[in-house]
Every structure is written in C-alpha cells, then in structure tokens.
Write a protein that binds this ligand. Structure first.
Ligand SMILES: *Cc1c(COP(=O)(O)O)cnc(C)c1O
Length: 515
C-alpha cells in the first residue's frame, strides 16, 4: 500500500491476510479425482431405464475435477476470507450477535440427539420430546405467556405464524378484521408479515422520545383493527414505558397486541411481556438464546401466546399423555396448520436449552444487565462524537446518526466500511429508517470492557478522520483484499453461478475493482 491507511495509530487494526483464490472451476483439470475406487464387479445400473426423463446429463461436463488436497485447500482458504464471531466483534444493532457458547455445540452433537430421526416412534423419542418440552416450559416462564410453539424457523416466520393465529382468532369470532397497525420504527419484516397474512398496514408515527404516540394510537384503533405489531424495546433501543396503556387501548376495541420479541435480550429475567399484557409474540433463539445465525444452522422463531390464542397454535403440539409420556397431538381442529415440515431446527432447541440451563435464572438476568450496560457504556463514550437523535434511555442497543460527519460528505455507510479497516464488522447501517443516516450499535453481553474500548477507540478515530481526511473514509475499506464494491451492480446484476469459462464469467462492472 502506497500511503498509510490510518490517521493516527489505531490500537486495533488487522489487515485481512489471505491468499488469492480463484474459482474451483478454474483449478479443474480433466480426469482428476478426490477418490480411488475399485473396478465395478456388479452389473452397472441403467439410470435411463430406471429414471427416464429425470436423468440429467447436460452441464455435467462443467463439473470441477480436483484432487482431495486441492479441494481441502480451496475451501480452507476461502474460509479465511470470512469475518466471524470467533475472530472479533459484530456490533450489528438489531441482530444480537452474541457469542454462541461451545457447550451448546458439544451438547447438540451427542449422538442420540444429533441422529434422532423425525420418523422415529414417539416411544423412542422421549428424550428429544423432553428437550422440546423443557425448552417450551423455560420460554413460557421467561416470557410470562401461557403456551408456545417451537415450529417456526426464523423471526419473520414466527411473525407470520403469530399473525396467522391472530387472524384465526378473529375469524373464530366471525370477522378477521381488516388492518394491522405498525409503528414507523418497526423492523421491515413486520409490515411484510401483516401484508402476507392479508392485512392492510397502517403506520403509526413515533413521538419525540421514539415511542408510540398514544393519542395517535387511540385515533387509529377501531373495530377493523386486528392487532398492533410492536417491537419492544423498539428498534431504537427504547423501552415502551406506556406498554400497559397501549395494551388497554387495543383490548378495549377487541384488537390484539403482537410483540416482536427479537429484542428480548434487553428484557430476559427483568420483565415479562405476558405481564404487560402482550397477547402473542415471537422470540429469536438465534439472537437472544445464542443459537447461530444463518450459516451456522437454521434459525428458530418460537411463538408464545396467551390462552385465548392457544387453540390456533400450529400442529402438532407437544403434550404430556395420561401415562406421563410425551407425544405429539395432531387433533387440533382450530390450528392454523403446519408452518413447516417436522421440527427440523431441533438442534437449535438443544443449543437454546443448553444456554438457558447453563446460565440459570440469575445468569440470564445478569446477561440482560450486561447487554444493557455495554450499550450504555458505548453511548456514554460516543455521545458528542456522533449525533444521538433520541436522548431517551437506551436498552441493549444505541442508535447514533451521521449528522456531524455528513457535513464533510461522510455517510454512515462510509464509516461502517471504514470500521472494517480497524478489524471490526460494521455496525448496522441506515436502520432504523426513522433515523436518517442511522448507525446502530448492539454490543451484547459477550464483549469485554477491553473489546468495547477498542471499538470505541476505532469509532473515535474514524470521526477524527472524517473531519481531517474525509476522502480516506469515503473510499474505505483500504485493508481488505477486495476494496469498495459496486454495490448497485452487485444488487442489480449478481452473478450467482458458474456460467462457463472464466473470461465469460467475469463482467467488468460487477467484478471487484481491485485484487
Ligand atoms: C431480526 C429481527 C426480525 C427478523 O428475524 P429473522 O430471524 O431474521 O427472520 C424481526 N424483527 C426484529 C426487530 C429483528 O431484529
């Protein structure tokens, strides 16, 4: 690198040390194999006779052919390009990127657990059912609700399930109702869910504290309102202190209160949605309960509800039979049906239960306190360095804006990319939408004071750079193997699969600008 990429001396800055790596197709040469097998000593199967038209032969010529060590090295090298929670912090607000404890992994890999099959008879699945039952009981206790389903595979899927239950509930009373109210601070999945379930979405403006405006709510709730979908704490990390009144306003008109519980990391062990009169909510086990996000396995978005909604839970539900054994109950005439096949994310239940039991009630409470403390520590250290649009007390995350830096043409996205040069994953950029130029930071309880100080240090330096050398920030990242990407090209014209020889696969406008 010709010029020094930093203004001042960063305490933490790691460059990405990784080797160049082509596509696996480019390494291929005909006839190479990763295995050696004996000559066939039985008659070969005639695939065409067996499968007819279903036999695919086209495109097979383009399959990569490599030796075992070449394959191992290819994927191992690629893996070194990733930023990972095992390498450093993800200050991504709204995502609760906490550390996934190794004990969870160890437990989920026990043979009897990892190899359980969904078609195993109930009599041989008592352990697996017991894990589900115990996790359900823990989550019911933590949320203060009456019943729960573990079926949904993600937060958004949980919202969908919960809102199907809301619709089924209103339909059972003769009228599905027409609209769902959603604050302007909501996660994008909330309005999408309400629309997919067939409701009109009506927006509610937040007040100056970033909370729901009660007068506005009173004005909007009517006999056509099915529910309010509310994230609490909201996406700006603010607790809805008038949550009881919000619930009352809805219930007076027969509407329900749906709580998006993705932010439960701020509440566990301190307060329970069931106690502040939420009717139905989802949890994100892959956020609050430390199971991996995305690539580490499927997500899990359990939906907890009050007794009035219990008949509508997806089936089958886990029940205790008269003889004390556990089983699945399919005889649920009012159920919204299945929302997925089997309970394929079972491994996540094991991990979440391990996390819950390893922490215990006091540990979970401490987790919440530490998560909130960490967010407020960052807020205290960076307030003034960055604009803080809402002064209301922060819970587990804090939202700044790029207002001060934007004067020099430096935007939240530039600073997020610059953070990569300092060895951190970016914070959440440009969300929530009610804050222009949002910089949303959620440290979680996993990070030590030392790591938080490094992040704070890096962000303070970036703010200094934005004032003294804005170009440096606007052209970041500088230390990554691939520098600033053409994001529009990547979004509009992605090349998602191998399309032939190398020269045809690389289009100049979407290719990396620099290797
Ligand atoms: C993450 C999140 C969701 C969606 O969860 P997924 O598992 O990604 O579908 C919904 N609402 C809020 C507030 C979230 O933070």
């Amino acid at each position: 690198m010709s010029e020094t990429p930093f203004v001042g001396t960063p305490r933490k800055a790691t460059t990405h040390t990784s080797q160049n790596e082509g596509l696996i197709f480019e390494k291929s040469s005909p006839g190479k194999k990763a295995y050696r097998m004996d000559e066939l000593d039985v008659p070969a199967i005639d695939a065409a006779a067996l499968l007819g038209d279903a036999v695919r032969t086209d495109g097979l010529g383009a399959m990569p052919e490599l030796s075992e060590i070449e394959i191992v090295r290819h994927f191992t090298r690629l893996s070194t390009w990733n930023y990972a929670i095992d390498l450093g912090m993800f200050p991504l607000g709204s995502c609760t990127m906490k550390y996934n404890g190794r004990v969870n992994e160890a437990v989920s890999r026990f043979e009897g657990i990892a190899e359980a099959h969904p078609y195993q008879p109930e009599s041989l699945s008592q352990g697996a059912l017991g894990i589900m039952k115990q996790l359900q009981d823990c989550l019911i206790e933590i949320t203060g609700m009456d019943a729960i389903t573990l079926q949904p595979a993600a937060g958004a899927h949980g919202e969908f399930t919960g809102m199907l239950m809301v619709r089924a509930y209103h339909e059972s009373k003769g009228n599905a109702r027409k609209k769902v109210l959603i604050p302007d601070s909501a996660h994008g999945t909330n309005p999408a869910t309400a629309a997919v379930v067939g409701y009109q979405v009506q927006n509610i403006k937040s007040n100056a504290e970033g909370a729901v405006d009660l007068d506005e709510l009173r004005r909007l709730v009517d006999d056509d309102t099915a529910a309010l979908m509310l994230t609490n704490p909201s996406t700006i990390g603010v607790f809805e202190s008038q949550i009881h009144e919000i619930a009352d306003i809805l219930h007076e008109k027969g509407a329900l209160l749906y709580m998006d519980g993705a932010n439960m990391n701020a509440l566990v062990g301190k307060t329970r949605p069931g106690d502040f009169n939420v009717d139905v909510m989802h949890l994100n086990l892959h956020k609050t309960f430390s199971t991996p996000h995305g690539g580490g396995g499927p997500g899990s978005g359990p939906v907890a509800c009050k007794a009035i909604l219990e008949p509508f839970l997806p089936k089958p539900v886990v029940v205790t039979r008269p003889d004390g054994s556990l089983g699945f109950d399919y005889n649920r005439p009012q159920s919204v049906g299945r929302v997925r096949m089997f309970y394929g994310n079972f491994g996540m239940f094991v991990r979440a239960l391990a996390y819950t039991l390893a922490n215990g009630p006091d540990g979970l409470r401490l987790t919440t306190e530490d998560a909130v403390l960490n967010a407020n520590y960052i807020r205290a250290k960076l307030e003034g360095v960055f604009d803080l649009p809402y002064k209301t007390r922060s819970m587990h995350e804090v939202v700044f804006s790029d207002k001060l830096q934007a004067k020099n043409g430096v935007k939240t996205g530039d600073m997020g990319k610059r953070l990569i040069d300092y060895g951190f994953h970016a914070y959440t950029v440009s969300f929530p939408m009610i804050v222009s130029g949002a910089m949303m930071i959620e440290p979680t309880e996993s990070e030590s004071r030392e790591e938080l100080d490094l992040l704070i240090d890096a962000l303070q330096q970036i703010a200094r750079e934005a004032a003294e050398n804005p170009e440096l920030v606007k052209t970041a990242p500088h230390t990554t193997r691939i520098r600033r990407l053409d994001e529009t090209g990547a979004a509009r014209k992605p090349i998602l699969r191998w399309q032939g020889p190398p020269q045809a696969a690389v289009e100049p406008d979407t290719a990396a600008k620099e290797w």
